[in-house]
Design a protein around this ligand. Sequence first.
Ligand SMILES: Nc1ncnc2c1ncn2[C@@H]1O[C@H](COP(=O)(O)OP(=O)(O)O)[C@@H](O)[C@H]1O
Ligand SMILES: O=C(CO)[C@@H](O)[C@H](O)COP(=O)(O)O
Length: 486
Amino acid sequence: MPLVAGVDSSTQGTKIVVRDAVTGAQVRSARAEHPEGTEIDPGVWWEALRRAAGDGLLDGVTAIGVAAQQHGMVALDESGVPVRPALLWNDTRSAGAARDLIAELGGPRAWADAVGTVPVASLTVTKLRWLAEHEPANAARVAQVMLPHDWLTARLTGAAEPVTDRGDASGTGYFSPATGAYRPDLLRLAFGRDLAVPRVAAPADALGPVTAEGMPPIEVVSVGTGDNMGAALGLDARPGDVVVSIGTSGTAFAVAERPTADPSGQVTGFADATGRFLPLVCTLNAARVLSAGAAALGLDRDEFDAAALAAPPGAGGLTLLPYLDGERTPDLPDATGHLTGMTRANLRPGHLARAFVEGLLCGLADGVDALAAQGVPVRRILLIGGGARSAAVRAVAPQVFGRPVLVPSDGEYVADGAARQAAWALAATPEPPEWTATAAPSTYEADPEPVIREQYAAARDTIVPPPTEPATSGATPSAHDTRGQR
Ligand SMILES: Nc1ncnc2c1ncn2[C@@H]1O[C@H](COP(=O)(O)OP(=O)(O)O)[C@@H](O)[C@H]1O
Ligand SMILES: O=C(CO)[C@@H](O)[C@H](O)COP(=O)(O)O
């Protein structure tokens, strides 16, 4: 049986799965951690990949693909050496650059029309501006810019010409998913001059063999993609499915046949890994809200979940706005968390734990509303990512989203998507292979508890300014919307 491997190089770690190319059955898997931080030497990703791939994990593998955290700026000199550590998607130092770039192009709508996305600090284009302004000596040495998955794919193949896909390219801010072409004018606007960028390959292209020293002789490397695009492919998400991922980032996204262009900036109009589109909302605060809450309360994960589940919906009036690392959606890069509604009666560990779980989920429910406002159909919600392993998250999610929530069997869906792309490149078929060896998701149901989102919306609206450009494709701008209480 031919074997394929998928790599997920995400913020907190590298995960690799090896699957049967035909059925998709999982054969083995491994992971290696990344250090904390919002900038990192790309070599650390490579070493993590090699560690995870150790002990013969990739023996017998015929094709491999890499999906990685989106947006990270890997800026390289003439000889392909990084001029500085990569700035990651969750680094907010370029928030001022984002504001400047929006003004210089003529406002948020101009950006949404140009590239489907209004820049925030996460986008590569703003990091290039920051580099040009704050580190001119480094900027002067930059010859080419690429994304984390592009860099890892180039390390695997050793190819002189770096390659990317339209999914990951769509998160740069200088590529239009609607036209499928780079916007070198926007790169120049940000950086002041041209830079070499990777060639955008077709979704199922096969790039050639792995040539990296110390790696097994794998025949085919696929084009790879961004991690959220990888998850959509790994889950085989179809129109009507909204995936809510609780990893380092919180994301809500859906596969769409048409591009989106949300001038309110809440929905980023990305491309997917199959030739379609991937409207997406991303928050900076997700699974680590749970670990921060548990640490503050001196509880382990299970104790934290049990405490949250013992408290009532709405936590007796306690509400957390979980902007612990600043926030991206809503666009509040310098925000901190807010805990409101404290009384002597609700200042108890269980109520606090519940407020952390509810605050995290309400931010993502706002994201689902923002997708719906762009015309994205919401028929099923699929919950994935490390945070979806939490019993409290699984139980509270249907109360917050106001509908049942499906939790696919525990797995690494980003890595699975990269593996499925590798199998696609191997098969050279028009569509990705249908994998049959996937378990049915578990369904979590509960009565909607509108009080949770009402409290959250009231707290949020005291600090979130109304959008300067309202969302246009749907009914209501979501940052001030509690329609998720269906
Ligand atoms: N049972 C659990 N309950 C709550 N959080 C969890 C659980 N298991 C893992 N996590 C959290 O999930 C996060 C990792 O999720 P993952 O989706 O792998 O992130 P990323 O892809 O960004 O590296 C970590 O912050 C970890 O603490
Ligand atoms: O910036 C985004 C999406 O636009 C993030 O979703 C990153 O792609 C990082 O993902 P995780 O490490 O949380 O999976």
